[in-house]
Design a protein. Structure first.
Length: 96
């Protein structure tokens, strides 16, 4: 009976779309260097990593903008109520 390798099932790959880009030689060299540095098998995976890194850096900015937009949208009465709740909360956590 032949020996069978028991490999864990592979995760289903994400749906991908083929897209062709024209890049400068410097950009290609950069991506190839990153591919080696990151130990990736494909340049596409490096590009996806870079995009994900950019998204992660952008998330806090998006959150800050959403929070600012929320507070900017408050009426004067809502601002006053929030201020009163804040003052109340400060009395609940005494500083030692």
């Amino acid at each position: 009976m032949p020996s069978r390798s028991h490999k864990p099932p592979r995760a289903r790959p994400k749906t991908r779309t083929r897209k062709t880009f024209v890049l400068s030689r410097e950009a290609i060299r950069f991506l190839e260097t990153e591919k080696k540095t990151r130990g990736k098998e494909s340049t596409s995976s490096v590009v996806e990593d870079i995009i994900e890194e950019c998204r992660r850096r952008q998330e806090p900015k998006n959150s800050e903008a959403a929070i600012s937009a929320y507070y900017d949208s408050l009426s004067d009465a809502e601002r006053q109520e929030n201020q009163l709740w804040g003052q109340f909360a400060e009395t609940q956590f005494p500083i030692e």
